[in-house]
Write a protein that binds this ligand. Structure first.
Ligand code: GDP
Ligand code: MG
Length: 160
């Protein structure tokens, strides 16, 4: 009874993961989705999408003052991206670990950026940095009805 109660109190979070245009162009979409799928998180939203300058600027609004901001917006809007929503206990921090450091040369081998990229300006994937931003970014990139609530058959084999 007690472990059950404690488990039910654990917070289920959502994170926004995006394969950036370089990841799509380089044919890394399946590989990147696969890392999160194999880990055991739940996919709740997925689409290929060409984003507008306005959406890219809103997504990265906290970086507006940075010198690289115009280049960043050009990069993110340079081709289609793959938008994903993933759900799970601890998913935000865990996804950041799976993705690795912002600079792919500093990212550990075994991480997505550590294995698949060489430069910050072409670091193949985005992941939300907090549960609050996870919610904000999913609401920004997905329309109502595009995120699905479902129960994977493997759920009891992933968490006791
Ligand atoms: P992230 O959370 O690890 O993606 O890193 P940040 O939130 O700090 O930056 C967002 C994105 O802006 C990064 O993933 C890079 O694509 C880009 N970026 C950050 N710093 C630089 C930089 O110094 N130069 C360039 N060209 N892009 C940068
Ligand atoms: Mg960030």
């Amino acid at each position: 009874f007690l472990p059950h109660l404690i488990a039910s109190l654990e917070q289920v979070d959502q994170t926004y993961i995006m394969v950036k245009p370089d990841g799509v162009q380089r044919g890394l979409v399946g590989e990147i989705i696969s890392r999160f799928e194999k880990k055991g998180f739940k996919l709740t939203g997925l689409k290929l999408f060409q984003c507008s300058k306005e959406l890219a600027e809103e997504h990265y609004k906290d970086l507006k003052q940075k010198s690289f901001f115009p280049k960043l917006i050009d990069y993110i809007t340079s081709g289609p991206v793959v938008c994903m929503a993933w759900e799970g206990v601890g998913v935000v921090a865990s996804a950041r670990k799976l993705i690795g450091a912002t600079d792919p040369l500093q990212a550990e081998p075994g991480t997505i950026r550590g294995d698949l990229a060489v430069q910050t300006g072409r670091n193949v994937v985005h992941g939300s940095d907090s549960p609050e931003n996870g919610k904000r970014e999913i609401a920004l990139w997905f329309k109502e009805g595009e995120v699905c609530e479902w129960t994977p058959v493997q759920a009891p084999w992933l968490r006791e």
